[in-house]
Design a protein around this ligand. Structure first.
Ligand SMILES: O=C(O)C(=O)CO
Length: 443
């Protein structure tokens, strides 16, 4: 018989399968007709007889999408170039593939982004440029604006991360120091038609923030960057070239990113192909097939990881005590991305921290268990995707005091290693943020 751990894992795997980027692409894009055929994407058609098809892409999950397009288009695909995180590549036949640094951008990323901008700039009215974008793309596509260096971008990103800037704030600044992000790839493509297929790793799925929105109108401005940097007190700590460039932007001497309503977006179509909500819905179906009544609580889970875990575990305990549940029990599901305010010197990630905090909450509650995991297979600077929490996890960590001490040190990886509750998947090549799965078994 399947135990709690196997059921949790099964539900998570079903969610991952539903947001596999290649399958997501194939749900939205297909080839129709014989001969040169027509490309159909969400109801729009492009006759390929008189068009060249080029593919660009960036992100952790782009390699399977590129493979799917190669298989679909065969010789109709003229050329392509994609960049993925190190160790996230797959064999490709026609599309060139580079691997580059993530989360810290590197020179390989600069070279790859230069190649993609070049391909966009040399595209013409005859070209259909298919852009594949998934989470991780912001770091993989460093294209320093004129006068800036890679080191300037890295330093500015780190300063913002250290202050706890949100992804919206971080990407507003990144877009304004870039020649690629914030709609600028679409602008570089001149009169070519642009079709972007996007996998969302941002809460709420904002197209201008996911992957720093290379083909989306940018809602942020140089003025927003000034406000963000002032609010964090970072102005004086920025590299001087960045300070000068942002001042030039504010004075109208550096180009703004293209904004909503810009006519250039008339030839751009952005398709949201996979989201956290889709993963949650698939998880719900998988739980139901195992006899559990599923409840999707939210796809916008944010906030301090340990606190959110305690809230979710408390909700599961409350429901465990309530009478009247049917089937085998309940499955509570939540998705999003929490944060960890680091206080200690241990190793872990937001999902592992959630699992550790939930384990403390669920101690001695054999009817409730949980899994917290990142859909990309990576949680913090560790090789785990996340972790499980069972009623006896804390005992396996050496008891309550030991578990609490590990949590205080943000040492969730060590805690879950002790209890044997780490989830290790390796790179999943997709990324729709994190999932929390909690099972409440019937008495
Ligand atoms: O992961 C990235 O590239 C982002 O900035 C959010 O999609």
């Amino acid at each position: 018989m399947e135990g709690q751990r196997e059921i949790l894992r099964h539900v998570f795997d079903a969610a991952l399968k539903a947001v596999a980027p290649d399958a997501a692409l194939l749900r939205h894009v297909r080839l129709d007709g014989a001969g040169r055929g027509e490309l159909v994407a969400d109801g729009r058609r492009w006759n390929l007889a008189d068009r060249r098809v080029r593919v660009l892409g960036a992100g952790k999950g782009v390699a399977p999408m590129a493979q799917a397009l190669e298989d679909m288009l065969g010789e109709r695909l003229d050329q392509g170039f994609v960049v993925v995180k190190y160790d996230h590549g797959l064999p490709l036949k026609r599309i060139c593939q580079a691997e580059a640094g993530h989360p810290v951008p590197d020179e390989a990323g600069v070279r790859a982004t230069g190649r993609m901008l070049e391909m966009a700039r040399t595209s013409t009215e005859r070209d259909l440029l298919i852009c594949l974008l998934t989470g991780g793309a912001s770091a993989l596509t460093p294209a320093p604006a004129p006068g800036l260096s890679l080191a300037d971008l890295r330093q500015t990103t780190q300063l913002l991360l250290d202050c706890g800037a949100t992804i919206h704030e971080l990407n507003a600044v990144r877009k304004h120091l870039s020649a690629f992000s914030g709609g600028q790839l679409a602008r570089a493509a001149g009169r070519a038609t642009v079709l972007s297929v996007i996998v969302s790793d941002v809460v709420g799925d904002p197209l201008d923030v996911i992957a720093s929105g290379p083909t989306a109108p940018d809602a942020s401005s140089f003025d927003d960057c000034r406000e963000i940097l002032e609010r964090f007190g970072l102005e004086s700590r920025l590299p001087s070239a960045v300070r000068d460039y942002l001042r030039a932007g504010l004075a109208g001497r550096a180009p703004e990113t293209p904004k909503p309503g810009d006519p250039l977006f008339g030839r751009v179509r952005n398709i949201l192909a996979a989201t956290n909500r889709q993963a949650l819905d698939a998880a719900a179906r998988a739980a139901e097939a195992r006899g559990y009544i599923p409840y999707v609580l939210t796809d916008r889970l944010t906030g301090e990881a340990r606190q959110k875990a305690v809230e979710l575990a408390a909700e599961a305990r409350r429901r465990a005590e309530a009478p009247g549940q049917g089937g085998k029990g309940l499955c509570l599901l939540a998705g999003g991305e929490t944060t960890v305010t680091i206080q200690g010197r241990g190793r872990g990630g937001r999902n592992q921290e959630m699992a550790l905090a939930a384990a403390l909450e669920l101690e001695g509650q054999p009817r409730v268990c949980a899994l917290f995991a990142g859909t990309d297979g990576t949680d913090g600077p560790t090789d785990a995707a996340g972790g499980f929490a069972f009623s006896d996890s804390v005992a396996r960590m050496g008891g309550r005091e030991a578990a609490r001490a590990l949590l205080a040190e943000n040492n969730s990886n060590a805690a879950l290693a002790l209890s044997g509750d780490l989830l290790i998947t390796g790179p999943t090549r997709t990324n729709v943020m994190d999932l929390a799965v909690l099972l409440v078994d019937r008495p």
